[in-house]
Write a protein of this length. Structure first.
Length: 396
């Protein structure tokens, strides 16, 4: 079990590593490759596009072939793309490398969640997923510090060579220490087919968690995307002040993720998910009121804190609940979740830019939309379950 967890932690880290280490060297990349700011920042979207492009293929095929081969392939693609990105001499070559870097990170991301679904029962799975979210939150804290030190002595290319080196960790762990976790096909082929066909991707529990988790990721990525404009442009934060603020907010997410397993001993999962929606609404309200008071900086940071705490509180629970009923289609289900989260986030951020909304309004609308839709779905499911329980009692 320790080996499985170590492999999963290493696999899931490729996703944030590919984002946060890249962001540190944006200015140097722009100057070195003679690229415009929009071209360099487009590399963020290219990375996400790479992740989304092959996730479903990898997830579905891993249900048949196994998790281990795709985890190894993903690590190798990530390492190779990091090396070519660090060796790029043109912006086109760099963007192409970022696309393949996203593919590798996407493979690793889906395999991590699929392995956890295969290997752990529900009670342990929820706790591990919340801790994994805390581990991913550590990268935004560590990356600016490590990257700044690296860039003092070396050029931006070294950041990608460091990423390639980090990619060796999941490759080694998976290759030598991970045993295949995929559910084995039963000897009775007809029974296996019956069990597999019973796993319905259109069931309400999966669809509702797909929507709620996608909206949650949309909110957190919107916060990440607009935070530089809100803090540095709107509130005149220096780069160092911005790094400190984002580091503290990431630490808040980490702390919440690590104490969530403790909270689950006292509170039900549904209570924590509803609490998240309250935090999102509170964050939207505080952010909208921030410009009206003298304590604008404090209120803005408080609103952002609500986003970080809320997302960390429920993400692991939602991911675990979504794939609870899937054994033979766990890889496909996890890949659909990941692709939906990326697409919904990208479309919303693009729509906000197209409508020329202010950064504050983009964040406010994201939080309001997420909290409203999620609360409607959760309330509907809660009432449906109560109605079914009353019907069962009457029948009994």
């Amino acid at each position: 079990m320790k080996r499985i967890l170590a492999c999963c932690f290493a696999l899931v880290l490729m996703y944030p590593v590919g984002i946060d280490f890249y962001l540190i060297g944006v200015k140097q990349i722009e100057a070195s490759l003679y690229a415009s700011p929009s071209e360099v920042h487009y590399a963020f979207a290219i990375y996400l596009m790479g992740m989304a492009s092959t996730m479903i293929f990898a997830g579905a095929l891993s249900d048949k072939v196994g998790r281990k081969p795709f985890a190894i392939i993903g690590s190798l693609i990530f390492i190779g793309a990091c090396i070519t990105a660090g060796s790029s001499v043109s912006i086109d070559e760099f963007l192409a490398s970022r696309f393949f870097q996203g593919i590798g990170a996407g493979f690793c991301y889906v395999m991590c969640f699929s392995i956890i679904r295969d290997a752990l029962p529900e009670d342990k799975r929820v706790k591990v997923l919340t801790v994994i979210n805390g581990v991913t939150c550590s990268i935004p804290v560590l990356a600016p510090v490590i990257g700044s030190v690296i860039l003092i002595w070396f050029s931006w290319e070294s950041l990608f060579f460091i990423m390639a080196f980090l990619g060796l960790l999941p490759l080694i762990l998976v290759s030598f220490f991970l045993k295949e976790t995929r559910i084995r096909i039963q000897n009775n082929a007809s029974q296996h087919h019956l069990n597999k066909s019973a796993e319905n991707l259109l069931e309400f529990n999966f669809v509702s968690r797909l929507i709620i988790s996608s909206l949650g990721v949309m909110s957190i990525l919107t916060y990440v995307n607009v935070s530089p404009m809100i803090l540095m442009t709107g509130l005149s934060f220096t780069i160092n002040e911005y790094a400190i603020a984002m580091g503290l907010l990431s630490l808040m997410s980490m702390f919440t993720s690590f104490i969530t397993p403790v909270l689950l001993k006292t509170y039900q999962q549904s209570h924590l998910i509803f609490t998240t929606q309250i935090l999102y609404l509170f964050g939207a309200m505080i952010t909208s009121l921030a410009s009206m008071f003298d304590a604008r900086i404090l209120l803005t940071l408080l609103g952002m804190s609500c986003v970080c705490i809320g997302f960390a509180l429920s993400f692991g629970i939602l991911m675990s609940q979504a794939v609870h009923s899937f054994k033979h289609k766990a890889g496909l289900a996890n890949s659909i979740l990941a692709v939906s989260q990326i697409i919904v986030s990208s479309l919303f951020i693009t729509l906000g830019a197209w409508l020329a909304l202010t950064p504050e309004n983009i964040l406010i609308y994201a939080l309001l939309f997420t909290a409203t839709i999620s609360t409607i779905l959760l309330t509907y499911q809660h009432k449906t379950r109560q109605k079914g329980y009353r019907s069962y009692e009457q029948t009994a």
